[in-house]
Design a protein. Structure first.
Length: 712
């Protein structure tokens, strides 16, 4: 492969051994070409230093954009992440909330958005400095790859790094092209998209936009979403490159059907709780952001890289909170109105010698949040903005220096090490002060030193073993600090950060042409785990529990079976338990936690076993067919382990046909999901105080698409 003197543009150029080459996507890839029996070696920069995927002592998976889109609706990032071992991405069928993503159990407790996992989109953090992130602004039609890093090396990215997900836009096409696609499916699903890519002199461009609408599988779950994404890159000289990234997402309105109790689910999985209708629970959101990345090769050994970004996100959400509850003069109301301005920079220097590579840098991020709370009623009219009940400005910032090194003491050895000093500061200025509502301004600062050390050894040309250890750090987010469990006003600055120690060992093997295998065994022990204390009406409070342990194994494999057949498998076994008992609340407000969570209880929202498999037929002709299966074991829904979503297994079938019409390439596709019409919970709401734990998945669904590419 050809290597530039410059590093790839994203902060992570995570990669995957050939084993995780997204078989299903290859089967339906729009270029129509059959995969080679053996992929070329992939050079990666998962730890910000160049290394072969086989050499790096870490668990890494890469899914290319064609594989992510192939045979799918291209609405949710979760659609194409099932093949990543250790990662659980669950579609909530609720566009008022984000996709539910956890990595090795980190992030499973989140009721909205993504936390515990750091997300980057074209080098711009989609995780804010408090650790809360989202992926609604990812325009899947222009994605070039999604890369997932798991295990100890994730800590090199600072706060809330239970895992790292990096999404990168497709680079500018060598030959200019335009692409349009239309998708229709069950429950009123419609998606229209267009992209353009190419070069104009020294400028390379990738542009994309889409509009998605749905009536929703469940009652009161309709939504509309509009996305636009642009990536422009200028080669300013042989050693200098400048990239501009800008995107926007609008959610004019997404209805929120809330969760269902077990009885409600059994009676009508398409139904909603009456409170969702009476309060018209819903969300509107708009986000615009942009960033610049400048890379300059100082000389043959040194590279300087500067990234800056800025964005604004406005969100309004109507919740289902009883009027009587909001009558308390200390209650912040049932309408949340957030305006968030965020910005940051990352300055990095790299020196590369014959056997040693060193990277030094500093990452700084800042968030300013204006949080307004209002009652969600006026008189007897529900679901409308009412009296002001909260007004505060919250700020979060971090400035993290880091140092990393990669050393090759011998051809068979690779030793990597990193150190990051993370400091996250929170402050709150309360502007809603009355005779009964005191001034709740306050501040907190959390710090941690995060070391990582790993080594890999080539037993032979086809087998490499590795081991890694590191320390992680997870602060509470602003959403977790937002409410106090005793009903008092102000942020819950009594919450402390969780710290963890992780170890991992594994192997990466090439078993022959087109046959790959990876295996990882890991353990993470966490102190002061942040857990739910109360969760009622979509509003949660949190506390620190004792220690927890996540122990598991991941395996992925792919094989060319001959006769145009390909197979892929990914499996995860994960045991996540509370090592210490603690008290939790079963009522809100909670004057004192009184319900005992026993040591040894399973952590909720985490499946012990997750399996993915696909079998595809990829002949030289225009047809592609793939059968995909997923299975998930039982998932506990609360810390007390009194209820659980049952395990399930589902099948999907996808087929596509491609033909050339002059300069046009047309691809038509059809996909059927949940072929057996299995009734199961697509996701769960952990520790919901109303017992509305379950978010049902739809029965058998279909989608049909047509895609056209014109090359100039």
């Amino acid at each position: 492969m050809t290597r530039s003197r410059l590093l790839p543009l994203p902060p992570l150029s995570l990669a995957l051994s050939c084993a995780t080459g997204a078989l299903t996507g290859t089967a339906l890839a729009q270029d129509g070409s059959a995969p080679s029996a053996r992929l070329a070696p992939v050079v990666i920069t998962a730890t910000r230093t160049e290394a072969s995927v086989q050499e790096l002592p870490a668990s890494i998976t890469r899914i290319d954009g064609d594989a992510l889109r192939a045979g799918r609706a291209q609405v949710n990032l979760s659609e194409g992440l099932g093949e990543v071992p250790g990662l659980l991405a669950r579609d909530r069928q609720n566009y008022a909330q984000d996709v539910q993503i956890s990595v090795r159990g980190f992030g499973a407790r989140s009721s909205f958005g993504i936390r515990g996992v750091r997300v980057y989109v074209d080098d711009i953090p989609a995780t804010l400095p408090d650790g809360q992130g989202q992926v609604t602004h990812v325009e899947l039609g222009t994605v070039g790859r999604v890369e997932v890093l798991r295990g100890p090396f994730s800590a090199l990215y600072g706060n809330s790094s239970g895992g790292v997900i990096a999404v990168s836009t497709e680079p500018a096409a060598v030959t200019p092209l335009v692409e349009t696609s239309v998708t229709a499916g069950s429950d009123g699903l419609r998606r229209i998209a267009a992209t353009a890519s190419g070069h104009a002199g020294a400028l390379g461009y990738t542009l994309g936009a889409s509009r998605f609408t749905t009536d929703g599988y469940r009652q009161h779950s309709a939504a509309e979403r509009r996305l636009a994404n642009a990536r422009l890159s200028w080669q300013l000289g042989r050693d200098t490159r400048l990239t501009l990234v800008a995107n926007q997402v609008e959610l004019p309105e997404a209805q929120d059907p809330l969760g269902l109790t077990r009885a409600q689910w059994a009676a009508d999985p398409r139904g909603v709780d009456a409170s969702a209708l009476s309060f018209d629970t819903r969300k509107t959101m708009q986000q615009t952001q942009g960033g610049l990345v400048l890379e300059h090769g100082i000389d043959a050994a040194q590279l300087l890289r500067v990234m800056v970004y800025q964005g604004h996100r406005a969100t309004t959400q109507f919740q289902a909170l009883p009027v009587a509850t909001q009558a308390n003069p200390l209650h912040p109301g049932g309408v949340i109105d957030l305006a968030r301005d965020y910005e940051g920079a990352d300055l990095r220097w790299r020196w590369k010698g014959p056997t040693l590579t060193v990277v030094a840098g500093v990452a700084a991020d800042a968030l300013r949040e204006h949080r307004i709370g209002r009652q969600n009623f006026v008189g007897s009219r529900l679901g409308v903005p009412g009296a002001l009940r909260r007004d505060e400005t919250n700020r979060v910032s971090n400035a993290d220096p880091y140092l990393q090194a990669e050393w090759r003491p011998a051809p068979a050895w690779l030793v990597t090490a990193g150190l990051r000093r993370s400091r996250v500061s929170f402050s709150s200025a309360d502007a809603y002060v009355t005779a009964t509502n005191p001034d709740d301004s306050g501040a907190a600062r959390y710090t941690a030193t995060l070391p990582v050390l790993g080594a890999s050894y080539a037993v032979s040309d086809s087998l490499r073993v590795y081991a890694t250890a590191g320390r992680g750090f997870e602060t509470p987010t602003l959403n977790e600090l937002a409410y106090r469990p005793n009903g008092a006003t102000g942020l819950n600055f009594a919450l402390q950060p969780a710290t963890s120690r992780s170890v991992e060992t594994g192997l990466k093997a090439r078993l022959g042409p087109g046959r790959e295998l990876t295996l990882a065994v890991f353990e993470t022990v966490t102190a002061r785990e942040i857990v739910t204390q109360t969760n009622l009406g979509g509003r949660a409070t949190f506390q620190n529990a004792g220690a927890t342990r996540r122990r598991g194994a991941e395996v992925s494999a792919s094989a060319a079976l001959g006769g145009d057949w390909q197979a892929q498998f990914a499996g995860t076994w994960l045991q996540a338990v509370y090592r210490d008992g603690f008290l939790t609340c079963t009522a809100t407000p909670c004057a004192a936690a009184a319900s005992q969570v026993a040591a040894g209880n399973r952590m909720p929202g985490i499946a012990r076993t997750a399996l993915f498999g696909s079998l595809s037929w990829q002949p030289a002709g225009p047809w592609r067919v793939a059968l995909e299966g997923r299975a998930l074991s039982r998932v506990w829904v609360n810390d007390l382990n009194t209820d659980a979503a049952a395990g399930h297994a589902v099948l999907a079938l996808a087929a596509s046909h491609q033909r050339e019409l002059g300069a046009w390439q047309l691809t038509t596709g059809l996909r059927l999901d949940n072929l057996g019409r299995r009734r199961y919970a697509g996701s769960v709401i952990v520790n919901d105080g109303n017992g509305r734990f379950f978010e049902p998945a739809p029965g058998r669904t279909w989608q049909a698409s047509i895609n056209g590419v014109y090359r100039f």
